[in-house]
Design a protein around this ligand. Structure first.
Ligand code: SF4
Ligand code: SF4
Length: 344
């Protein structure tokens, strides 16, 4: 209950100004990946330089506002010390409530154990398992036979855990847009209890520093109506999820009609992005490195108030970045404009 109150307080505060430290962080634990997706080039990146557990412990110590952490990759289940990392973060970030995991689902047993561990640590696990098309097409897109089956198996296992919020997550791109109807048909066969509320849609975005896909042209060219019919499927579930989805769809209409900034974003106002080597960026998309934690003794608060960080925030307010409407960034942006009204 107290952690929920902190999250609510942080969201409210993000409506009025820059927080003393972020309440939501995206932390890329590793660039290692066991798939080779067509829309992403993370798998081709240098994977040597990863923060070790001692540095991670330092980083999370004293992050008093942190309520919501996205742990992502690459594929986080490939980190040998994953369970220790999660325990150390939970111990240090005492006010953290939501631990959101993005996984490609290729190692279902590890993901299942991780979900149980997160529950044991008293956190709310939200776990997304990626699936981008019907069986053969998905495997082609992801460069591995059996990828579809692994994702389904991971999702099935997670669904056994009532305390875990698990979803299948599909990134809509030019490649798979024509295959999504088939995917939904497949899922009804393969998962007898499948409900649309189990499914999340993302939309393809370019990022040079994160996905290394700046040269990939894969935004789905079907216009707003062609996308809306899928995002509308998410209009199920509780009041808050429904409200967020509605506002997301409203912003998607603006984004598809060429508005790069449907809502003023929260990057470096209340959120930030950490790459595996400790470099800090505003988000996963804007290629604007603020600095590296190693130059600040792994103290994110110091880097957060640095001149570079304040300047980068000003650039974002002045819309110097490319803009985006990725759900990971859009949801905190929507929550950060609930009081003042949705638009910039
Ligand atoms: S999209 Fe995810 S699973 Fe696919 S290559 Fe990139 S990091 Fe790996
Ligand atoms: S609007 Fe710009 S800074 Fe904000 S999340 Fe999108 S790309 Fe990043």
């Amino acid at each position: 209950m107290i952690k929920k109150a902190y999250l609510a307080k942080n969201i409210l505060a993000s409506n009025f100004g820059r927080l003393a430290s972020p309440y939501k962080i995206t932390f890329v634990l590793t660039y290692r990946c066991n798939l080779k997706c067509k829309i992403c080039r993370i798998w081709g990146k240098d994977t040597q330089d990863e923060l070790d557990i001692t540095k991670i412990e330092k980083l999370f110590k004293g992050l008093n506002n942190l309520s919501w952490l996205d742990l992502t990759g690459g594929e986080i289940t490939l980190r040998e010390d994953l369970f220790d990392v999660v325990r150390v973060i939970a111990k240090q970030a005492r006010k953290m409530l939501v631990l959101h995991i993005s996984s490609n689902g290729q190692l279902p047993d590890i993901l299942f154990k991780l979900a149980k561990e997160i529950v044991k640590l008293g956190l709310v696990p939200v776990i997304n398992v990626a699936l981008d098309g019907p069986r053969e097409f998905n495997d082609q897109l992801k460069g591995a036979n059996g990828a579809y089956e692994n994702s389904i198996s991971a999702f099935r296992k997670l669904k056994e855990l009532k305390q875990v919020n698990s979803f299948l997550s599909c990134t809509v791109s030019r490649h798979n847009i024509k295959h999504i109807d088939d995917l939904l048909v497949n899922l009804r066969k393969d998962l007898p209890k499948f409900s649309y509320s189990d499914f999340h849609f993302n939309i393809f975005h370019n990022s040079s520093h994160y996905y290394a896909n700046a040269q990939t042209d894969a935004f789905p060219e079907v216009g707003f109506e062609g996308l809306k019919k899928y995002f509308d499927l998410g209009l199920k579930g509780g009041f808050i999820k429904n409200l967020l989805t509605r506002l997301y769809i409203k912003g998607l209409r603006q984004y598809c009609s060429g508005e790069r900034f449907p809502v003023r974003c929260q990057a470096l106002n209340s959120t930030c992005f950490i790459s595996p080597d400790g470099s800090i960026y505003p988000c996963g998309l804007y290629d604007r490195r603020i600095g590296n934690l190693k130059d600040y003794n792994y103290d994110l608060m110091k880097l957060w108030i640095s001149k570079e960080s304040v300047e980068a925030r000003k650039e974002i307010v002045n819309m110097k970045c490319q803009g985006c409407w990725s759900p990971c960034e859009a949801y905190p942006a929507i929550l950060g404009r609930l009081i003042k009204g949705a638009h910039i």
